[in-house]
Design a protein. Structure first.
Length: 376
C-alpha cells in the first residue's frame, strides 16, 4: 500500500483522489447520509464517533455499527477523524502509557472495519479556535467562522470556551468536547512549564508507541495543523509551518506518520505557501489526506473563512489542486468548513450547502487538471 511519489506519478492515469465529507453520526448531525450521497462525486466520509471522549477505546461494535450504516448509504468510510489524543499524553504524564495502549486498540479496531487513515492533532487544550462562529460577510449576507486576535485580547481561555459552546447552535463542535474542557484551569496551569521542545518529545513518545501498530495494520496517521497557525494563550504549538512538519515527520520516520494538510489552517498565516508545502510533503509521501478550504485575510492575525472559490479568498485553489495532482493524486480530500448560506441553520462551519458547492468546485478543478495533463 505504500508507494513513493515517483511510483504514484507513474500510476497517475489510474488513480484518483477521493472526495469525502465530514459527518457526525445519526442524531448528532442534521445532515443525512442520503444528502451526502447525492453530492456529485462523493465517495465517502471522513467519519467520526463524536460521542467518544479523548483517551477512550473506540469499541469494535460501535465502529462496526457506524461503518455498516455508512456503507448501507452507498458511501465509504476509509477515513476517520478526531481520534483525540488524551492531554496526559501531550503533557507527558505517567498515565500516558495506558492512553497510548487504548489508542493502539482503537487503531486496530478501526483497521478491522476498513479504515485506512486516522486524522488527529497534537494541539494542547484547544483544537481550532475562532472569535466569532457566524460573522456576517458584508458582501453577500452569508456568514462564516472568523478570527481576530484583537478580540481575543480581552478574553481568557475560559471565556472563549464558554462563548464557543454558547454560539454553536446546540451542536457539538470538534475539539470542544465538554469533558475535555472541564479541567481547563488545571490543564492550562500545567502547560505553563511545557516548552515546544518538551511537547515534541512527548509527541515522539506517542508516535513511537503507536506507529508500529499502524504499520502492522496498514493505517496511516494524519496530523492536523494548529488552527490558527500560530501560538495562542502562550500555549506551546508545534504544527503550523513546513519547518514544524519537517520535525514531526522526522520524529518517527514511517509512511504511516503523515500530515492532514488543512489548507485553511496552515493558510491562516500568509507566510505559509500552501502549494509549496503540499509539493514538499507530497513528494515525501507524507500527506495522508487534505482538508481544502479558502481564507480571506483581513489584517494581522485576522481572517475569515471564505467560499472555496479562489477569487473569494486569498488561497489559490487551482495551484493547490495542481500540487495535489502532481505529488499525491491518490489522496483523500474533504471540502472543509463552509459558510452558512441560503438561511441554513446548522453546526457552524459544517453546513450542507456551501460544503457541497466546495466539493463540486474542487471536483471541477480536478477534472480540468486531469484532462489538461492527459493532453500534454
Ligand atoms: C476542524 C477540524 C478539526 C480536525 C481535528 C482532528 O474543523 O478540521 O477539528 O478534525 O483537528 O483531530
Amino acid at each position: 500500500m505504500f508507494r513513493t511519489a515517483a511510483e504514484k506519478l507513474l500510476e497517475k492515469e489510474k488513480i484518483t483522489m477521493k472526495m469525502t465529507f465530514r459527518w457526525y453520526g445519526e442524531g448528532r448531525d442534521n445532515i443525512t447520509l442520503k444528502q451526502i450521497r447525492q453530492i456529485p462525486g462523493m465517495s465517502g466520509l471522513m467519519g467520526v464517533l463524536d460521542e467518544k471522549a479523548a483517551g477512550e477505546v473506540w469499541e469494535e461494535d460501535e465502529i462496526k455499527a457506524y461503518v455498516e450504516h455508512v456503507h448501507e448509504a452507498g458511501l465509504e468510510c476509509e477515513v476517520i477523524e478526531s481520534v483525540n489524543v488524551h492531554e496526559d499524553i501531550k503533557m507527558g504524564l505517567p498515565t500516558r502509557d495506558k492512553y497510548i495502549e487504548n489508542y493502539c486498540t482503537t487503531i486496530r479496531n478501526l483497521a478491522k472495519y476498513g479504515v485506512k487513515v486516522i486524522v488527529y492533532n497534537f494541539m494542547p487544550v484547544f483544537d481550532w479556535l475562532r472569535t466569532d462562529l457566524a460573522r456576517v460577510i458584508p458582501e453577500d449576507g452569508s456568514n462564516s467562522l472568523y478570527f481576530d486576535e484583537k478580540e481575543l485580547g480581552d478574553m481568557t481561555p475560559v471565556d472563549i470556551v464558554r462563548k464557543t459552546i454558547e454560539d454553536c447552535n446546540g451542536f457539538s463542535l470538534p475539539g470542544w468536547e465538554p469533558e475535555r474542557l472541564a479541567e481547563l484551569e488545571t490543564t492550562l496551569k500545567r502547560y505553563e512549564s511545557i516548552t515546544p521542545d518538551d511537547l515534541r518529545a512527548n509527541y515522539k513518545y506517542f508516535l513511537d508507541g503507536i506507529i508500529p501498530t499502524c504499520e502492522e495494520c496498514g493505517v496511516v496517521m494524519a496530523c492536523h495543523p494548529d488552527d490558527p497557525a500560530w501560538p495562542i494563550f502562550g500555549l506551546p504549538r508545534i504544527a503550523h509551518s513546513q519547518e514544524d512538519y519537517d520535525k514531526i515527520v522526522a520524529l518517527h520516520d514511517s509512511p504511516c506518520n503523515t500530515l492532514c494538510l488543512c489548507t485553511g489552517s496552515l493558510g491562516s498565516n500568509p507566510d505559509n505557501d500552501i502549494p509549496a508545502i503540499i509539493r514538499h510533503f507530497g513528494e515525501m509521501n507524507r500527506i495522508g489526506c487534505l482538508h481544502v478550504r479558502n481564507v480571506k485575510y483581513l489584517g494581522y492575525h485576522k481572517f475569515r473563512e471564505a467560499a472555496h472559490l479562489s477569487s473569494d479568498g486569498d488561497l489559490d485553489l487551482y495551484e493547490i489542486m495542481k500540487a495535489v495532482y502532481d505529488t499525491c493524486p491518490d489522496t483523500y480530500i474533504r471540502p472543509d468548513h463552509g459558510r452558512m448560506i441560503w438561511d441554513e441553520v446548522g453546526r457552524p462551519g459544517y453546513g450542507l450547502y456551501d460544503r457541497a458547492l466546495g466539493a463540486t468546485y474542487i471536483n471541477g478543478l480536478w477534472e480540468a487538471i486531469c484532462k489538461e495533463n492527459k493532453n500534454k
